[in-house]
Design a binder for this molecule. Structure first.
Ligand code: 1HA
Length: 270
């Protein structure tokens, strides 16, 4: 597909095609492990996707045929976080997880190889995951001195169930694509050479549908699990829809025209 570069970055590729914003972690030398700069660039790209009128779906993937993402770059793991070029230790992938979750557009993980550790959690927080046959899934935290007890635990458990989530974390095994499919961890598995074609096909189907409807469904599916933060986002979307009505415009107009509002003329629904 003729992807066009949206912006050049050191650690990621950020490209556009047919309404799709594609973010590719571009550190194949390290199995696409992320360092703080990688995550900062991904956050900027996700924000761009949020504000762009041209982008309807976001695809997250890794460069090459070996890895989607192998988690935090162990070379820069310091005291209290992953240390960036500015010397500051950070766990900023947690901010990226939240950005993906609250992006009001579908996000698809195109899992082209290892999705391990914090890289596994990244695919978990995406709305859909499509994997190549060579994809491998797993958590490693308890083996390498880490854990993600947030989305990486509770949302993982919502997807695969409590027993399986505990197995994944308590044994730190690796699972192949077929096993991932069987536990509902991915939506589909295809040969690696067909992966992008399959993902673009899913993106095309998604783009036949109502963006506002998809937005409301995503926020609703999140809200059940995200507590007050989830309700806050669902409520924000309700406000957005309310602002589209004449009834809401009447309130503002009456204020500006220094008159009493007349809300009674608008339809009431049973
Ligand atoms: O848990 C968290 C967090 C929790 C809360 C809040 C924030 C968090 C942020 C991050 C994380 C984590 O991600 S912890 C988990 C960190 N990741 C790992 O433990 C995975 C480490 N990698 C592997 O287990 C394997 O490399 C692999 C299964 C992904 C692939 O194995 P393979 O194909 O045998 O390749 P391998 O030879 O191991 O790796 C190729 C090169 O890539 C190696 O470098 P080289 O020996 O050629 O110099 C390897 O060191 C490098 N590499 C792979 N993964 C990483 C890495 N370098 C740095 N960091 C990595 N994660």
């Amino acid at each position: 597909f003729p992807w066009e570069t949206i912006k050049e970055y050191s650690d990621i590729k950020f490209e556009y095609f047919e309404g799709i914003g594609k973010i590719t972690i571009n550190r194949p030398r390290y199995r696409n492990a992320f360092r703080p700069e990688t995550v900062m660039q991904m956050i900027e790209a996700v924000d761009y996707c949020r504000y762009s009128n041209k982008i309807n779906v976001v695809v997250l993937t890794g460069e090459g045929d070996k890895a989607f993402c192998s988690g935090g770059d162990q070379n820069v793991k310091g005291i209290g976080g992953y240390v960036g070029e500015d010397g500051v230790p950070r766990l900023n992938v947690l901010d990226l997880q939240k950005k993906i979750r609250s992006l009001p557009k579908p996000v698809i993980a195109m899992v082209n190889g290892y999705a391990i550790g914090g890289g596994h959690v990244l695919h978990v927080v995406c709305d859909l995951s499509i994997a190549s046959e060579n994809a491998i899934f797993g958590q490693t935290g308890p083996r390498v001195g880490s854990f993600d007890a947030g989305f990486g635990a509770s949302y993982l458990a919502r997807i695969v169930g409590q027993k399986k989530a505990r197995e994944i974390w308590f044994l730190c095994r690796q699972y192949n694509a077929q096993q991932a499919l069987e536990m509902g961890l991915v939506n589909a598995v295809v040969p690696l050479e067909k992966l992008e074609e399959e993902v673009v096909q899913w993106c095309r189907e998604i783009q036949q549908l109502s963006p506002l409807a998809l937005r409301m469904i995503k926020v609703g599916l999140n809200a059940e699990l995200d507590g007050q933060a989830g309700i806050q986002e669902l409520a924000g979307n309700a406000t957005l829809l309310y602002y589209l009505t004449e009834e809401a415009q009447e309130g503002k107009n009456a204020f500006l025209e220094k008159r009493k509002p007349n809300f009674q003329k608008y339809p009431k629904f049973p």
